[in-house]
Design a protein around this ligand. Structure first.
Ligand code: NAD
Length: 292
């Protein structure tokens, strides 16, 4: 039986620590760190996610600003919303709710972000810094996965890792982070052949595909660490990951459950990035005032 990598416990610790640091920041800077979310109205699940972010923000003492665009908004209107938040000194961190409806050019939209407020770590400057192993603002989900590995003392240097999925927000940056931690990384995706053979060789298996039952216990090397980023909805409306938990639990050395694994940590990394961005952009202002 595997060690359960409990993301909820880690997220609770992070929340307590963050609340204290936010309070100290507010006392020192007379400014409340603020998250700005830009959302082109689409589906209800995205709306629920945004509301849950607002609640999480308030719980750690941060403010929340919401810029809701109608689905008829033009690219220009979207970019103007991004510019508004980027130029607003009261907004410290910005999220553009993804995926955008296909009529929008997402890369062009992301390019309009002030990279110092890009708390999803998707602006080309932040992507480049991570690739150079000089991370600044990094994508929350994989950063949370790395924190779980660290917290539970999972060795990475010299270990063989397989990452399934290569999206810009999860799989891609996770493989870069593992590489930066000196793991030997193999990146698998939709066109990969013989996935099972590759998974069987790995000491660390990361799934970020969004596919129920993609990895089963018989595919795992005994004792392997499994990080499951998948969030899938079963026909009965319950949530599960990409890994068949019951069979994997018998073979793995350590595994993240879904729910209760990577998900809760993601939100805390996101909020931590807001504070980080606030510190980076407001320190200068205070230094200037000190000279007055
Ligand atoms: P995406 O659709 O952008 O990317 C999926 C990736 O998986 C692609 O690179 C694709 O090639 C690969 N893939 C798909 N099917 C595959 C298969 N059968 N075999 C091998 N590779 C396959 O998705 P995403 O935004 O990266 O999200 C991935 C999953 O992570 C989803 O389930 C999503 O809900 C979840 N997610 C979780 C968190 C979290 O906090 N834990 C955050 C964001 C997304």
């Amino acid at each position: 039986a595997a060690m359960v990598l409990d993301g909820r416990a880690l997220a609770r610790e992070m929340r307590d620590d963050l609340s204290l640091r936010v309070a100290a920041y507010v006392a020192q800077h007379y400014h409340t760190p603020t998250l700005g979310v830009i959302h082109v109205y689409g589906d209800r699940s995205a709306e629920r996610y945004v509301r849950s972010l607002q609640i999480s923000c308030n719980r750690v003492g941060m403010n929340f600003k919401y810029y809701l665009l109608h689905h008829t908004a033009t690219q220009r209107e979207l970019e103007s919303a991004i510019y508004t938040f980027s130029a607003d000194p009261n907004v410290d961190g910005i999220i553009i709710q993804m995926p955008l409806p296909i009529k929008y050019d997402s890369a062009a939209a992301v390019g309009q972000l002030d990279h110092r407020k890009d708390i999803d770590g998707v602006h080309p400057i932040n992507v480049g810094l991570l690739n150079q192993n000089k991370p600044s603002l990094v994508p929350n989900t994989p950063a949370g996965g790395m924190l779980i590995l660290e917290r539970y003392g999972i060795e990475l240097a010299g270990r063989d890792a397989v990452v399934i999925g290569r999206s810009a927000i999860v799989g891609g940056p996770m493989s870069t982070m593992l590489l930066n931690a000196e793991a030997t990384v193999e990146i698998c995706h939709r066109a990969t052949r013989n996935l099972a053979d590759k998974v069987r060789r790995a000491d660390v298996v990361v799934t970020a595909a969004g596919k129920i039952g993609l990895v089963t216990g018989d595919m795992l090397k005994p004792g392997a660490t499994v990080i499951d980023f998948g969030i899938n909805v079963r026909p009965d409306n319950t949530i599960c990951g990409d890994v068949d938990y019951a069979s994997a639990f018998e073979v793995a050395g350590a595994i993240t459950p879904v729910p209760g694994g990577t998900g809760p940590v993601t939100t805390m990394v996101l909020l931590n990035n807001v504070l980080k961005a606030a510190i980076a952009t407001h320190v200068d202002i205070d230094d200037d005032m000190a000279q007055c």
